[in-house]
Ligand binder design. Sequence first.
Ligand code: GDP
Length: 298
Amino acid sequence: INKWKQGLERTRKATFGRLAAMLGVSEIDTDTWEDLEALLLQADLGVETSQQIIESLRQRVHQQGLTRTSELQQALKEELLKRLDEPPPINLEMHQPAVILIVGVNGSGKTTTIAKLAYWFKRQNKKVLLVAADTFRAAAVDQLQVWAERLDLPIVAGQPNADPGAVAYDGIQAALARKADVALVDTAGRLHTRYNLMEELKKVHRVVGKALPGAPHAVWLVLDATTGQNALQQARAFKDAVNVNGIILAKLDSSARGGMAFAIQRTLGIPILFVGLGEKPEDLEIFNPEAFVQGILE
Ligand code: GDP
């Protein structure tokens, strides 16, 4: 819980904390609703979610005869919590290796997140193998290699400009040969007009399925929390291309707009599995709606 409080300080200070302060001091009036809506929007909850929350709160005020803004605080907490689902359990034990494709645009925090996930699985005594299939970006391969060394993990890395599908294929062969429990596959993330990232990812997805029928067993999308609503558009494209079934919200600690979590839930219908709360391997937490709401409000 402490980690969440610390990690969510920016969001709390910029928006929700001000809201909590605002709610403590006066009678409920027109200004209350206007201020509340402005702050929810600023926190990146999106127009629809913000308006829904305001409407629900208005109804509560009416039905329960609330007059003090302080009485709104608990109601707001409940309304926020209602809009966040607990993540489903990460249950990949039935597959060996469990192949997880990690997708996301460059700069989203993808490489760091892979290191964090590797560390997370390793702590559960899983044999982890990294596959560096973002061969367009030599730096990405290097960076992952550095992490592999630091975390003492095997890695299959492609040569610069090698075919990403071929690297993914080799990676899965290696995971099978080594009897790895989990293979984390890094993928390309460059957005460029003369190159179709989504087609590339589909191809890698297909090749992975050929290397091991049934794979990938999960496709997780890394989203940068600091990019707010823009990330949603991106997320939709990934979802359509490769069937994303889990979101990892990176850099939540650098963001003042944690409200994005609500928008993701509402507009994408993909569960948030993990959040990144810092740059170190241990700064990854399973998404916990209760800790999240408490962290942004209190
Ligand atoms: P990639 O280009 O998507 O692979 O992104 P990187 O993994 O290289 O991350 C880009 C930058 O964001 C790096 O400086 C990371 O240290 C930083 N970063 C990644 N995740 C987090 C996070 O959860 N919190 C913070 N504060 N920084 C992060």
